[in-house]
Design a protein around this ligand. Structure first.
Ligand SMILES: O=C(O)CC1=CCC(=O)O1
Length: 259
């Protein structure tokens, strides 16, 4: 485990150098941590050096703010890359990580070879829904939304057949800092890149989950239509498609890297 002090927080990350020229950085979704990318590591270790980090306020990364913005979380990525002296990398983010990826593509295109936006949208949900969720967890704790979270994140089939895996991910979810979770809910609530997608010049791959009811295939199509150099794929999964279909998800990254 590595910790680095960035301007605004202490960042928990893991950089695995497999001796390649290329680096891929993975950015987690709301309420998870960098272990969500476990299934990508083995396969992608043949192609990339791999950098995974806990977004501010998640896992072991600290946070002292009540509300964050996607711009702040994007700037954290740039600072982490600077600290590790990584000039240009491929970025892969899921859901909130995909919002961060859109901000990076718009604001720091020179730092990214390619961008993967998975199970995300240019705008996720609405302010009413996010404020209700913040109120709910502030009053009743993260454990009070475990059931709904499981339903959004995984298909029924995956929940039934991989219950240990699902339980382990949810256990980590419940252990997140409440303040960190709420601050990141605010970041997702306030982000909307719908009018800036055409400014993303970095080659981009969008992955949607056919059974994802949070960020839908339609959301993926919306982004693909506007991001000039983009392609769009669909996986038969719910929101955490990289967990449900780890191998397939990784193979899309390898394909995108080579074409
Ligand atoms: O937990 C959810 O509702 C799904 C989600 C929205 C943004 C994110 O990163 O995950």
């Amino acid at each position: 485990m590595s910790l680095v002090k960035l301007t605004n927080f202490e960042c928990h990350y893991e950089f695995e150098n497999f001796g390649h020229d290329q680096v891929i950085i993975f950015s987690n979704s709301l309420g998870t941590d960098f272990s969500m990318w476990e299934k990508q590591v083995d396969i992608l270790s043949h192609h990339f050096n791999i950098l995974r980090y806990d977004t501010r306020g998640h896992g072991l990364s600290t946070n002292d703010k009540e509300a964050l913005t996607i711009a702040e979380l994007g700037q954290d990525v740039i600072e982490l890359l600077d600290q590790l002296q990584l000039e240009k990398v491929t970025f892969c983010g899921l859901s909130m990580g995909g919002l961060i990826g859109q901000w990076l593509g718009i604001n720091h295109p020179k730092r990214f070879e390619k961008i993967i936006l998975s199970n995300t949208a240019s705008k996720i949900g609405n302010a009413e829904g996010w404020n209700a969720r913040i109120d709910q967890v502030a009053k009743n704790g993260l454990a009070s939304i475990l059931e709904g979270t499981a339903l959004r994140w995984f298909t029924e089939d995956f929940r039934n057949n991989h219950s240990n895996e699902v339980d382990a991910i949810l256990e980590k979810f419940a252990k997140n800092s409440l303040k960190g979770y709420c601050a990141n809910c605010a970041a997702v609530r306030d982000a909307d890149f719908s009018d800036q997608l055409q400014d993303i010049e970095v080659p981009t791959m969008i992955i949607s989950g056919i059974q994802d009811e949070v960020t839908t295939v339609e959301d993926g199509k919306f982004m693909a239509k506007r991001i000039p150099d983009s392609r769009h794929f669909e996986l038969n999964a719910a929101h955490l498609s990289n967990v449900e279909l780890g191998e397939e998800f990784s193979k899309y990254i390898i394909f995108f890297n080579q074409h």
